[in-house]
Ligand binder design. Structure first.
Ligand code: MCN
Length: 794
């Protein structure tokens, strides 16, 4: 194969479309559709006494109003709990429209359908809902007191409780190891809530075909196949009668993996009932108050360590704020607790978490999914150990690293699926060496002294992480070569900006030996690929990438078989270069892949120019062989699936240099360096883009992003005026270096990269600010006012 594009920094093919306004997002579709809007609860906790819609009925253009009472069959049931876990003893999900009780501000209560969104909103404003206000439970500490309950039948507001204990040498428990250690530390950390906030909110648009009895649904989703299954189940439709298509999706960052969102089943239901097209697009306020949040945790840490800083025992107790419902199970605290140890091996480890209900919007995974909290915990521990011992912070980390010869490394933890958590490969000492060189760690004391002489306060910080990526159960790829020589690739998972149209084309072009211009890629369209899981957990490259490669290999094998017959050669002597199948070393003995595609189908039409050319290769018809040989299928296409035994572990290390303003306490990031290892790189430019985006999001989490609820459960900053995100001016230039330790688990040797950038940023910035200021940070994010108060406390 000489058409080698795997590993090349190919420019993103989708960008020309996306950055010139040619993208087709949800709200670009369905221009003539009716609009849906929702009356949402203004209270955090209340009983619905009465819903009076009479005043809204006169609104011109009103088409329908629905409450829970109107919902039939399975639609009237609570939404599914997507990933149950035995420890989630009290899992609870919402009804698509509230039934009797509302449990957070923003919960949908009434659905209105009207000629356009303005009229629908007008009608919503005229609907009167009488509530009996109940005591809201806000904040983890209030919730664990258990005096007031979010769900009457969930005592103590505890939805789940899970303990995992990994004994140390000699069977010592973490408690025993800590008590016997030469040094101990104990502290508390507070991690605030944040929200995914993709540029494009959620949205759904549905068309009912009454003749065919089928639904076509467009959804701004990360999981079109699962949305399809949910709609079919909730509406009682056979699966083949439902198509779900994710058009261009303007970001997801986790929030669009929940399936179905209430609107995703209500809008198609209304479309069928009314036999009209219906559409809903989320506005920003709806996104903040009624989608989902993440991060929010309180962590209590105890660590015991030796004079080198080696952790002999670690105990972590996590209180995880789950909001009002658990549609996505307890995956977030499970990830925090099981991946918290990162690249380190500790003597004995005990982790315990409680998943707590509060009258706030539900919590589901947000980019990094529980890892930023875990890394914050582990890296604060490393820094505090270093401070306690007066040792260099990188030396303490190095003393605890899993070594390259120790892979596969079993951390002793059990993951969500009940399987052990085993790291497949990595080289953490080398990554740290590269990082220190990149940022100039060893010479920083002089830089800092020079800055101090100029009256400036600067500090350096470091943070390390691992990330289980490419989770199963499976993903598939379909590849078809048509008689024009084009290669059509499809996979069922969706894209939200990760550059899949480019990377999957790179894989197919490399595997099939064709120019990338010949390859087109379709994702997230159940018409093209029905069995898929979705895009989350940094899994697309590993899962669909490998599935597409495997499907291409099938196609390649078939192509070589057919070409060998046409060229009267041995298939083992053939290769494909630039779309031509030829005998290795004899380019003249060749046949276009396009012609091979024609030969693969005995039905050759006169209107196909390639078919005419193919006759020279077709050979005489045979009396004793059917046109389609036994065991063959017509066409040059193949489908395959990739299903891994376990996740593959990417890793990385970040360092930052910050300056803290002496007067305003503003924190400025002067330099930011990343060493990242996601195994074999398919496209280094795209991976860097993913890391840049992730770090930018991480800077938000480190310095700005925080959802603020008052004691009544009202979200005080549900707009971009009040919820701060970093602008380009706050995101530093990011210096990136790659380390490639291939994964032994998959054919392409790749690991995921999509979340990595965000994971350690809060820990790194906290580390750098501590270094600049000589203070201790126990909270993320840390704002200028937090820093000001920490200075006063010093
Ligand atoms: N890649 C590569 N080589 C590797 C690994 C990855 O070239 N060894 C490329 C992939 O081919 C893909 C990109 O890097 O183009 C990210 O790959 P992967 O790690 O598989 O992540 P996913 O494609 O599964 O994307 C999901 C991930 C997650 S979980 C969140 S959240 C997130 C993220 O991606 N949301 C995003 N990145 C995002 N980027 C954008 N623009 N928008 C989002 O909503």
């Amino acid at each position: 194969m000489t058409t080698r594009l795997f590993g090349e920094p190919v420019r993103r093919r989708e960008d020309a479309r996306l950055i010139t306004g040619q993208g087709r997002y949800l709200d670009d579709l369905g221009g003539g559709a009716l609009a849906a809007a929702f009356v949402r609860s203004p209270h955090a906790h209340a009983r619905i006494l009465d819903i009076d819609v009479s005043a809204a009925l006169d609104v011109e253009g009103l088409v329908a109003i629905y409450t829970w009472e109107d919902l039939p069959g399975a639609l009237a049931e609570p939404l599914p709990l997507l990933i149950p876990h035995p420890a989630l003893t009290h899992g609870r999900t919402a009804y698509p429209l509230a039934r009797e009780i509302v449990r957070h501000v923003g919960e949908p209560v009434v659905m209105v359908v009207a000629r356009d969104r303005y009229l629908a909103e007008d009608a919503c404003a005229l609907i009167r809902v009488d509530y009996e206000i109940l005591k809201p439970v806000v904040g983890i500490e209030e919730a664990v007191r258990g005096v007031h309950l979010v769900h009457e039948d969930v005592p103590g507001n505890i939805g789940a409780h899970l303990v995992q204990e990994v004994p140390g040498p000699g069977g010592l428990t973490a408690r025993e190891a800590i008590d016997a250690a030469p040094h101990t530390l104990e502290f508390r950390l507070d991690v605030e809530r944040s929200a995914c906030t993709p540029l494009e909110g959620k949205g759904v648009y549905a068309r009912w075909d009454a003749d065919d009895g089928s639904l076509r649904v467009y959804s701004s989703t990360q999981t079109s196949t699962s949305v399809r299954m949910a709609i079919a189940a909730k509406l009682g439709l056979p699966l083949p009668k439902v198509e779900v298509i994710a058009p261009d999706v303007g970001g997801g960052f986790g929030v669009k993996i929940v399936h179905p969102w209430p609107e995703e089943v209500l809008v198609p239901w209304a479309a069928r009932l009314l036999n009209r097209e219906v559409k809903w697009t989320e506005d920003r306020r709806e996104h903040f108050v009624s989608s989902s949040h993440e991060r929010g945790q309180v962590q209590h840490v105890r660590a015991g360590f030796d004079d080198e800083g080696r952790v002999l025992g670690l105990e972590v107790e996590i209180l995880h704020d789950h909001g009002a419902y658990t549609p996505y199970g307890i995956i977030v605290p499970i990830i925090t607790s099981t991946q918290l140890l990162g690249p380190y091996k500790v003597g004995a480890y005990r982790v315990e978490f409680s998943s707590i209900y509060t009258n706030t919007v539900q919590v589901t995974p947000y980019r990094g999914a529980g890892r930023p909290q875990g890394v914050f915990c582990m890296e604060r521990t490393m820094d505090r150990i270093a401070a306690h011992l007066g040792r260099d912070r990188t030396a303490v980390r190095a003393a605890n690293f899993i070594q390259p010869h120790e892979f596969p490394y079993d951390q002793g933890m059990t993951f969500q699926d009940g399987r052990p958590l085993i790291y497949d490969s990595g080289d953490y000492p080398e990554a740290l060496r590269m990082l220190k060189e990149l940022i100039g760690w060893d010479s920083f004391p002089e830089t800092k002294a020079r800055a101090a002489a100029e009256g400036r306060r600067i500090g350096i910080g470091v943070g390390c992480y691992v990330e289980g990526t490419g989770v199963g159960p499976y993903e598939g790829g379909h590849v078809q070569v048509t008689s024009d020589g084009r290669v059509h690739v499809s996979t069922g998972l969706t894209s939200q900006g990760q550059g899949h149209e480019t990377v999957f084309a790179q894989i197919a072009a490399t595997e099939l030996g064709v120019p990338i211009e010949k390859v087109s890629v379709v994702t997230g369209d159940t018409r093209r690929f029905g069995y898929a899981v979705g895009t989350f957990a940094s899994r697309a490259a590993v899962m669909s990438g490998n599935a597409i490669a495997l499907a291409c290999r099938k196609v390649r094998e078939k192509a070589l078989r057919i070409a060998a017959e046409a060229l009267e050669a041995d298939p083992r002597d053939l290769e494909i270069t630039d779309g031509m199948v030829h005998v290795a070393g004899v380019p003249s003995a060749s046949i276009p892949l396009a012609t091979v595609a024609v030969l693969s189908n005995p039905l050759r039409y006169a209107f196909d120019e390639e078919a005419k050319r193919a006759t020279q290769f077709a050979g005489p018809a045979s009396d004793d062989r059917p046109p389609v040989a036994e065991g063959e299928e017509p066409g040059l296409e193949g489908r395959d699936y990739y299903s891994p035994v376990r996740s593959t572990f990417a890793a990385g290390m970040h360092a930052a240099i910050v300056e803290t303003d002496l007067d305003t306490a503003e924190i400025r990031i002067l330099r930011y360096a990343v060493v990242h290892d996601c195994g074999k790189l398919i496209n280094p430019m795209i991976v860097e883009g993913q890391i840049h985006g992730g770090v930018a999001q991480g800077v938000g989490g480190a310095l700005y992003e925080k959802m603020v609820y008052d004691e009544h459960g009202q979200l005080l900053n549900a707009s971009f005026m009040d919820f701060l995100m970093p602008y380009a001016t706050e995101v530093p230039r990011i210096e990136t270096a790659h380390l490639e330790t291939p994964s032994p688990l998959n054919p392409l040797g790749i690991k995921g990269a999509g979340e990595a950038g965000v994971i350690p940023v809060s820990a790194v910035i906290a580390s750098a600010v501590e270094d600049a200021e000589g203070i201790t940070i126990a909270r993320m994010p840390v704002s200028p006012s937090d820093l000001h108060h920490l200075r006063l406390e010093r």
